[in-house]
Design a protein around this ligand. Sequence first.
Ligand SMILES: Cc1ncc(C[n+]2csc(CCOP(=O)(O)OP(=O)(O)O)c2C)c(N)n1
Ligand code: SF4
Ligand SMILES: [Mg+2]
Length: 320
Amino acid sequence: MRLRDFPEDEVFLQGSAACQGCPGSAALRVAFKALGRNTILAVIASCTSVFQSPFPLSALDIPTINMAFATGGAVASGITAAADRLVARGDFEEKPTVLAWAGDGGTYDIGIQALSGAAERNTDFIYVCYNNEAYSNTGTQRSGATPFAAWTTNTTKGKGEWRKDIAQIMVAHGVPYVATASLAYPTDMYNKFAKAKEIKGTRYIEIQAPCPPGWKFPSSHTIKVARMAVQSGMWMLYEHERGKTSYSAGTQRIIQGQSRRVPVEEYLEVQGRFRHLFYPQKDEEKIADIQRRIDHIFETLQFTHKMKEHIMDIELAQPR
Ligand SMILES: Cc1ncc(C[n+]2csc(CCOP(=O)(O)OP(=O)(O)O)c2C)c(N)n1
Ligand code: SF4
Ligand SMILES: [Mg+2]
């Protein structure tokens, strides 16, 4: 699928109450291009609740339920059960896709219990976490997704802990499909939603969502920051299905040695939430700490990639 071949139908309408450059609204547009209108959306308390719901500016042109912060997995399970029943009774010709849409606070922290329960039951739904790495709707407090050293209103000197890796927690649940996505790679994101739509059971997609007011960068730079996250290795693009992980788009190109990995410093420097790492004095130690972690991950992946190529070379060289 190429960008110019995306369906023209817009489920996410113009004139929402989102901030300029909002990653959440852009992600919804791409998701619905792939999922289409036969979808029931459950929005978990977050910025999305606020920017898509106020009447008469409702931004979504499909059935939408707004629900409590901790209940994503549970409410989506109820909707899925009801949809199955309606299909069995003949009220629905085709089962709609059930889509739960939550922020990182609603996923990593308060919603993890309901999500884990739904995943363990292999509930037939797609769960999306749009990860803006903070509780943005309530003014940018830290979440379990906030990266090490990032400023938030309650980590004013920078967060002291590393973020948890919830996509890997979902992989550990053994669900049929887990993927990560980025706004800077919309065709990759589209393909992942299109693939998820065709799979039965719990599918988890996490989209990194750079938030201009929360991360403190100009609203015209959302895509640029999203791209730098992938280019620096601070956000990785992959999908995991049938026990196998495959890397995609910008991440795959770095692993295969086709593009250069950008130093994390360049990514951190364009965001005001990391300003204290550069002013009044550069915090070389913390920046090096972050870089070391990323280097370790990519060196391992690049080594594995080279080993696989080497094994393929040996196999090809075998006499027939
Ligand atoms: C039990 C409960 N506690 C607190 C809130 C207030 N609240 C609503 S949205 C939100 C922040 C959500 O953060 P996140 O899930 O990351 O979504 P974002 O706002 O960043 O899009 C909070 C704290 C709530 N609705 N319910
Ligand atoms: S605070 Fe961030 S995520 Fe929330 S509406 Fe504004 S840009 Fe979007
Ligand atoms: Mg958030």
